[in-house]
Design a protein around this ligand. Structure first.
Ligand SMILES: *[C@@H]1O[C@H](CO)[C@@H](O)[C@H](O)[C@H]1NC(C)=O
Length: 603
């Protein structure tokens, strides 16, 4: 490694990975922003401003390079890191801000509306007096976002309603971001109502799903965090909220039918992507009926809308992979238009906070593969040649009813090369790729025999980097479907039809080799049942050996046998089981090491 790359690597590490201390996720992001801003002077932080919005973020590594947040371009600006100020004519932010009381600090973070409400409601007296507080202070824009009538009702009763609302944003302790960990429930000053904290790996911190846009402004008697929304007390569970919303009537019915109402009311944290009535109407009603009449499928469908974590929408800054409670992968993306789940499902109403998590209402069902028909799942993964074959030989219906089945579907390219064959042969071929029972790769082991519908047993081979069924290796594994699972193979399964010696004998290219095995007395070994791999030299290869060596092998039977044993190894090593780059180490039956490398020549 050259000095240059070494320096680069060290620099990259110090920028993107944290040091030996264990700061909070937010602190790590701030550290990164500070390093990015350091060229502009000391205590300068790089901030990414999302174009066309008023959103600003301290920059993490990924965003720094992509200059994008949620698919929207960002502009970098340089600001004083929290707690520092500029001094005239001096580069950077060299002055440490004087610490003032909470009320004055509201002014410093720019929470001018909150400051003015504090004055009007006489909260100011408290914020200037004895005690210690944390205040999640709504920004000016946050107050503007509040529905008109809501704002008016607060402002028409300043000494009760507005003061209560402000107290709900406060805690009687000084809590910095390092103290605000995910799952923390704080006790607010308004009737001890709970405040729900989330602190995500990407440095986003939320309280009741409102984002801390400017955290940690220290005051003499506490700390102010500027937040992007006005928050209100939360008193219902997800289950209760779902029950209450008319647009979630369908969901309520099915949750009850599936017996999952307790789960939605149990302790969280949970996220529910709640499909609206309209979402249920979008699914084919036959499919919906089929799913809802099958308890397992109904349960899988509903659990696919649940996460065992609380994800507020502010925590999504780019494509975010998630795991549903059903076990499937979901991706939440945010782009210029808005938030989407799995590419096309819209979040219509976001961040309805509950005592045990959060609800986002969505306009389409997130149907897990586990409740889809084989054909639909197969076509999702692009293996429609195999489903065409199943239709042609009349096996397609067999898959949508009855016992569970594991489908080992060869990829399209493999089936396209197939010559025409009589119907009964096509059917047998198709059946050879269907296995009784539902298997996932975690259920399979080396040497296992799988019973195919054709009656042929298929051998399973487990390799370091591959899982193979006979000669065909798995490209895509473990896709669940109704009544079973789907694997996609790199080729057609061709179960063995004869022992090694017979296969060699039927191929003219190996006539010398067969002759040598016979002469060395090893020829029966190639007929016995067992597992071995023969690296078989062709006539051409054998004839190209040095004449002296050839002559010796012809003369000396012992030496010939040794020579042949060096080409044999224990166990079955199929081509797809070898690593394509690098060396596959194999021991020959002679005891010598063989270094097997893959080259792209088809025999
Ligand atoms: C509100 O602000 C005014 C003007 O600065 C000040 O005179 C008054 O005392 C403040 N009210 C409270 C309750 O502190």
């Amino acid at each position: 490694m050259s000095l240059h790359t070494l320096l680069f690597v060290t620099a990259a590490l110090s920028l993107c990975v944290c040091c030996t201390c264990t700061p909070s996720y937010f602190d790590k992001i701030l550290l990164h922003s500070r390093i990015r801003g350091s060229k502009q002077g000391s205590n300068v932080c790089a901030v990414q401003h999302v174009e066309g919005t008023d959103k600003k973020y301290f920059s993490n590594c990924k965003q720094w390079y992509s200059r994008q947040i949620c698919g929207k371009p960002t502009v970098v600006s340089y600001e004083c890191c929290p707690g520092y100020e500029r001094v005239k004519n001096i580069e950077g932010c060299t002055a440490i801000s004087p610490i003032v009381n909470m009320h004055e600090t509201l002014g410093k973070v720019g929470a001018l509306s909150t400051k003015s409400f504090s004055n009007q409601s006489e909260l100011q007296l408290r914020l200037e007096g004895e005690g210690v507080y944390t205040m999640f202070a709504p920004s000016n824009e946050a107050w503007q976002l509040l529905p008109e009538e809501h704002r008016e009702s607060l402002l028409s009763n300043i000494n009760v309603e507005l003061l209560n609302a402000l107290h709900y944003h406060m805690v009687t302790q000084r809590l910095l971001t390092g103290d605000l960990f995910s799952g923390a429930v704080l006790t607010s000053m308004y009737e001890k109502q709970p405040l729900y904290i989330n602190h995500y790996r990407n440095g986003i911190v939320t309280v009741n799903c409102a984002r801390l846009v400017k955290p940690n402004f220290l005051a003499t008697n506490g700390v102010v965090h500027l937040i992007d929304r006005v928050i209100g007390p939360v008193s219902n569970t997800i289950g209760e909220i779902v029950d209450y919303y008319e647009e979630l009537e369908e969901l309520t019915k099915l949750v009850n039918k599936a017996g999952l109402q307790d789960m939605l009311s149990a302790d969280g944290p949970l996220t529910l992507f709640a499909p609206s009535n309209a979402a249920f109407a979008k699914l084919s009603q036959t499919t919906l009926r089929r799913i809802t009449n099958n308890p397992e499928e109904l349960k899988a469908l509903i659990l696919n809308h649940v996460l065992h974590t609380m994800r507020c929408t502010e925590s999504f800054l780019g494509p975010t992979p998630l795991h549903s409670a059903e076990g499937a992968k979901l991706t939440v993306n945010c782009d210029a238009i808005g938030l989407k789940i799995n590419g096309n499902i819209n979040i219509q109403r976001k961040d309805v906070v509950a005592t045990n998590g959060v609800i986002h209402i969505i306009d389409e069902l997130i149907v897990p593969d586990a409740v889809k028909d084989m054909v639909d799942v197969a076509e999702t993964y692009g293996v429609n040649e195999f489903t065409k074959l199943l239709t042609r030989v009349g096996l397609r219906d067999r898959l949508s009813r009855g016992d569970s089945i594991t489908v080992l579907a060869p990829k399209n390219e493999a089936l396209k090369e197939l010559p025409r064959m009589p119907q009964h042969e096509s059917k047998k071929l198709a059946e050879q790729h269907l296995v009784q029972g539902r298997y996932l790769s975690r259920d399979l082991y080396h040497g296992q025999l799988l019973e195919s519908l054709s009656g042929t047993s298929l051998r399973v081979f487990v390799y370091h980097r591959a899982l193979c069924i006979e000669n065909a290796c798995v490209d895509i594994r473990d896709k669940p479907m109704r009544n079973g699972a789907l694997f996609i193979l790199d080729g057609i399964i061709r179960p063995p039809t004869a022992p090694i010696i017979d296969i060699l004998s039927s191929d003219k290219r190996f006539s010398i080799l067969v002759n040598w095995f016979t002469r060395a007395g090893l020829h029966e070994q190639l007929r016995e049942p067992g597992e071995m791999t023969l690296f078989a030299p062709t006539n051409e290869a054998l004839q190209s050996m040095a004449p002296a060596k050839l002559a010796r092998l012809r003369r000396n039977r012992e030496e010939l046998a040794e020579f042949l044993r060096a080409h044999l190894s224990q166990g079955v090593l199929v081509r797809g089981g070898m690593v394509p780059v690098g060396t596959n180490l194999v021991t020959s039956t002679k005891g010598t090491p063989l270094e097997v490398k893959v080259v792209n020549i088809h025999v």
